[in-house]
Design a protein around this ligand. Structure first.
Ligand code: NAI
Ligand code: MG
Length: 353
């Protein structure tokens, strides 16, 4: 089983190393063996090879059974033209592998309820999935660009969806809902946007094939409120690329920290990409401060979804919960009376467990 390890920038390499450690711990216990190979992506790749997604990296990723990804981009490169931007390497990889379905499970760890800044009563029992469309929308639509008109700078992007793009992610959402509590909330802004009207129409059409799943529609601004006030009301949320980007970061706070949230990007077949929801966190990079649990939990999703190793995936998740139950915390989820660990030590604790 071949795993491409693309660690990227900032805390990417730090947290990914801990996930690799956890995978090795599984192998070391008479578990399956993984062939793991690293390749550069992001700013690191641009600085070395002049390309944030070198062809050799793209090829290796496409040939692997699964991709374990860290983070790409930094604040410095974010404002450069696309082809020099670390983060653009990841966008291109997602597009090339057609990874349109980005699952972001959000659940409140009972072990962590004290660490969230939100009220315990509000988040206890939260268990939802944000399914974000990942290969279209305003992030990819053309025309896009910048220019000068009448002496003024201006800039434009295009929000665009095709029927097929909406239908396939909607289907993935209904399938996921079927395996859960059978409630699907489709999120759009149909009162303002044509793309959202199409989104809603297609949601209703696809829903006909899933009479056992309850479909409801909500506006994105309303959902951003409801997610905080009554997060237990959500099972599967399906939404477009930009709305999903923003909502899933907000939902991350329900778990206590963005450093706890894994994600899986799938295309229904072939290779999947697994990464923490967070970015390269330049503010804490290189300081052994990053929480590696989102990356480790992403490796668990990789085992489950791409390698079909359910028992090993569950084992890895259990190890994370055990370490939390024992009172070990990184800084972002620190509570009174807990034992504070750095990135490496947290990785060691999980591998040990
Ligand atoms: P970010 O997720 O990197 O950081 C946001 C905040 O959360 C920061 O205060 C950071 O210290 C904290 N944080 C993030 N991960 C953490 C962890 N594991 N443990 C503890 N604290 C953690 O998002 P931001 O600041 O918007 O972006 C930073 C850079 O990362 C940018 O250059 C951005 O383009 C890139 N980025 C890359 C992503 C990817 O590769 N998928 C996703 C999001 C951002
Ligand atoms: Mg984001």
């Amino acid at each position: 089983m071949k795993i491409a390890v693309l660690a990227g920038d900032g805390i990417g390499p730090e947290v990914t190393a801990q996930a690799v450690k956890a995978l090795r711990a599984i192998s070391a216990n008479n578990g399956p063996q993984f062939e793991m190979a690293e390749a550069p992506i992001g700013d690191a790749a641009f600085n070395q090879h002049g390309d944030p997604l070198p062809p050799s990296t793209a090829e290796m990723a496409a040939k692997a059974d699964a991709i374990l990804f860290g983070a790409a981009g930094t604040y410095e490169s974010d404002l450069r033209p696309a082809e020099q931007r670390g983060g653009h390497g990841l966008l291109r990889l997602r597009k090339q592998l057609d990874l349109y379905a980005n699952f972001r499970p959000v659940f409140a760890f009972p072990e962590l309820l004290g660490a969230s800044s939100l009220k315990r009563e509000a988040i206890e029992g939260v268990d939802l999935v944000v399914l974000r469309e990942l290969t279209s929308d305003i992030y990819f639509g053309t025309p896009r660009g910048r220019g000068v008109e009448n002496g003024q700078r201006h800039a434009w992007n295009t929000m665009r969806y095709t029927e097929a793009e909406v239908a396939r992610v909607m289907r993935a959402g209904f399938e996921a809902a079927r395996k859960r509590r059978r409630q699907l909330c489709s999120v759009d802004k149909a009162n303002v946007l044509e793309t959202s009207q199409l989104w809603r129409e297609v949601a209703i059409e696809v829903a006909r094939d899933y009479p056992d799943v309850e479909l409801r529609h909500e506006y994105v601004d309303a959902v951003s409120m409801h997610l905080i006030r009554r997060p237990r009301d959500f099972d599967v949320i399906v939404t477009g690329n930009i709305f999903g980007d923003i909502l899933s970061d907000a939902a991350a706070m329900l778990t206590g920290s963005i450093g706890m949230l894994p994600s899986a990007s799938l295309n229904g077949e072939g290779v999947g990409l697994f990464e923490p929801v967070h970015g390269s966190a330049p503010d804490i990079a290189g300081k052994d401060l990053a929480n590696p649990l989102a990356s480790i939990l992403s490796a668990a999703l990789l085992l489950r979804h791409s390698l079909k190793l359910e028992a090993e995936a569950a084992l890895m998740e259990k190890a994370v919960r055990q370490v939390l139950a024992e009172g070990y915390r990184t800084g972002d989820i620190m509570e009174e009376g807990a034992t504070r660990l750095g990135t490496e030590a947290m990785g060691d604790a999980v591998a040990q467990a």
